[in-house]
Design a protein around this ligand. Structure first.
Ligand SMILES: Cc1cc2nc3c(=O)[nH]c(=O)nc-3n(C[C@H](O)[C@H](O)[C@H](O)COP(=O)(O)OP(=O)(O)OC[C@H]3O[C@@H](n4cnc5c(N)ncnc54)[C@H](O)[C@@H]3O)c2cc1C
Length: 394
C-alpha cells in the first residue's frame, strides 16, 4: 500500500449491496486496520437497484469467473446467519433454494449445450432435460415447441435482496464503518492518484482509496477522470400476478422469448427486457404496463393455466447495464490505481455482492485478489480492447 497514510482512509461512494459488502469484508479483513466511510445520498434506498431487484442467484452463467463468483455467493448466503449476525440479532434473508430452468427451442439448444459443458467443467450441479423429461417433471409446462431445458439442481434460488443489503450494512456499522448521508459529485485527483471524494456543497472527504459503487449512477461520477464508463441505467419492470394455475415445484423459468417467471409467496413474479430498440438509457422508473401485455402472451403460451392472471402490483428498477459486454467492471480505474470500480453488474449484482465485496477488500488490504481471481472482470479490459461477453443475461 504505497503512498497511503496510516491508518488508511477508504471512502466508498454508494451504500447499496455492493458498497456495503465491500465495507463489511474490508472491516473484517485481518490485514486492514484503517477507517471506512460509505457515502450514501438516500438511506431509504428508494431507487437503489438493491431494493428493487428480483433477488435470485444462479450458477448457470457462460463465463467461468461468473460461475465461481456465484459458487462463493451461495455458500455465503447459506451461512449468512453466522457471517452477519450482530449481537444476537440474526439476519433472515429467506433463502429458497430452487433451480433456474432455461428453456430452448431448436435455435437455442446448441448454446444451452455449450453453456452446460462450461458449467459442468466448473462443477455446477445442472442437468439437461429433453421435452419428455421436462413434461414429466413439470406437467403444467407447455413443451411442444421446446428442444431442451437446463435445470439447476442445487445452488440456485432466491432470497430477500433488501434484507441482504440491510444485513451487510448493519454488520459493517457494528464493525465501525461510518455511513454518511451526502451526495458525492466526483473524485479529486492529481498526478495519477485520487486524494478525496468531493461532496455536494463543496466539502471533500480525504482518502487513500476511493471506491465507486454508485450503481446505475456510477458513470457521471467519473466524468472528471477522463474515463467514459459504459454503464447506464436500463429500466427493468417486475410484475407480480395471481392466477388459479397450479405450478408445483416451479423453478425460476426463463422462456426462449426472454421472459422469466418464478413463484413468490402464494403468487408469481415475472419480467422481460424491452425490445432492443426500445431499451433506452437512463429513462424514468415509471412502470411500463404495456410490457405486461406482452409478458402475458408468453406466460399463457408456456403455462396454459396462466391464461387467467390478475396483475397485483408492479415496480421498476435499474439494471446498471454495462453496454460493452454485460459483465461487472471491477478493480482499478485505468488511470487512477487507488480509485476502484465496482460497476456494471447488468442484472446480477446482488448474487455477486459477496465475492465482489471480498475481492475488492483483498485488493485494498493485500494489493491482490487472494481467494478468487476476479481479474477477468477488470475494468482495464475496456482500454485494452478486451471483452468478456456473458451470454446468459436475463
Ligand atoms: C428488476 C431487477 C431485477 C434484478 N434481479 C436480480 C437478480 O435476480 N439477481 C441479482 O443478483 N441481481 C439482480 N438485479 C441486479 C441487482 O439488483 C443489482 O446489480 C445490485 O443491486 C447492484 O447493487 P449496487 O449496490 O451496485 O447498486 P444500488 O443498489 O443501486 O446502490 C447504489 C447506491 O448508490 C447511491 N448513489 C448513487 N450515486 C450516488 C452519489 N453520487 N452520491 C452518493 N450516493 C450515491 C444510490 O443512492 C444507491 O443507494 C436486478 C435488478 C433489477 C432492477
Amino acid at each position: 500500500m504505497s503512498n497511503t497514510t496510516y491508518p488508511p482512509q477508504v471512502v466508498i461512494v454508494g451504500g447499496g449491496v455492493i458498497g456495503s459488502a465491500i465495507a463489511y469484508f474490508l472491516a473484517t479483513h485481518p490485514k486492514f486496520g484503517g477507517h471506512i466511510t460509505v457515502v450514501e445520498r438516500d438511506p431509504t434506498y428508494t431507487q437503489a437497484s438493491s431494493a428493487l431487484s428480483a433477488s435470485s442467484i444462479r450458477q448457470q452463467f457462460s463465463q467461468p469467473v461468473n460461475i465461481a463468483v456465484s459458487q462463493f455467493g451461495i455458500d455465503f448466503l447459506r451461512a449468512i446467519k453466522q457471517h452477519l449476525a450482530v449481537d444476537g440479532d440474526v439476519p433472515d434473508i429467506g433463502l429458497t433454494e430452487r433451480g433456474y430452468l432455461y428453456l430452448a427451442t431448436e435455435d437455442g439448444a446448441a448454446t444451452l449445450r455449450e453453456n452446460h459443458a462450461t458449467q459442468r467443467a466448473q462443477g455446477v450441479d445442472v442437468a439437461l432435460l429433453n421435452p419428455a423429461e421436462l413434461q414429466q417433471r413439470f406437467p403444467w409446462l407447455q413443451v411442444d415447441d421446446l428442444a431442451l431445458g437446463s435445470l439447476g439442481l442445487s445452488g440456485e434460488g432466491w432470497f430477500d435482496g433488501y434484507g441482504l443489503l440491510m444485513a451487510f450494512k448493519q454488520k459493517a456499522r457494528s464493525l465501525g464503518v461510518q455511513y454518511v448521508k451526502a451526495e458525492a459529485t466526483g473524485f479529486v485527483h492529481s498526478a495519477g492518484r485520487v486524494s478525496a471524494v468531493a461532496l455536494q456543497g463543496g466539502a471533500q472527504l480525504p482518502c487513500d482509496w476511493a471506491v465507486n459503487a454508485a450503481g446505475a449512477w456510477a458513470r457521471p461520477l467519473l466524468a472528471g477522470t477522463g474515463f467514459d464508463l459504459p454503464v447506464h441505467g436500463r429500466r427493468r419492470c417486475v410484475y407480480a400476478f395471481a392466477s388459479p394455475a397450479k405450478t408445483p415445484g416451479c423453478p425460476l423459468v426463463i422462456d426462449p422469448a426472454g421472459l422469466w417467471f418464478r413463484p413468490e409467496g402464494g403468487i408469481w413474479i415475472c419480467g422481460l427486457p424491452p425490445a432492443p430498440g426500445e431499451d433506452a438509457n437512463d429513462v424514468s422508473l415509471d412502470v411500463d404496463y404495456k410490457l405486461f401485455d406482452e409478458a402475458w402472451l408468453t406466460l399463457a403460451h408456456r403455462v396454459p393455466g396462466f391464461e387467467a392472471v390478475r396483475l397485483q402490483r408492479a415496480w421498476a428498477g435499474y439494471y446498471e447495464y454495462n453496454t460493452h459486454d454485460h459483465n461487472a467492471l471491477l478493480g482499478p480505474h485505468p488511470q487512477l490505481p487507488n480509485l476502484l470500480l465496482a460497476n456494471g453488474f447488468s442484472g446480477h449484482g446482488l448474487q455477486q455482492s459477496p465475492a465482489v465485496g471480498r475481492g475488492l477488500a483483498e485488493w485494498i488490504a493485500e494489493g491482490r485478489y487472494s481467494s478468487l481471481d476476479l481479474s477477468p472482470l477488470a475494468a482495464a479490459r475496456l482500454v485494452e480492447g478486451r471483452s468478456l461477453l456473458e451470454k446468459n443475461v436475463i
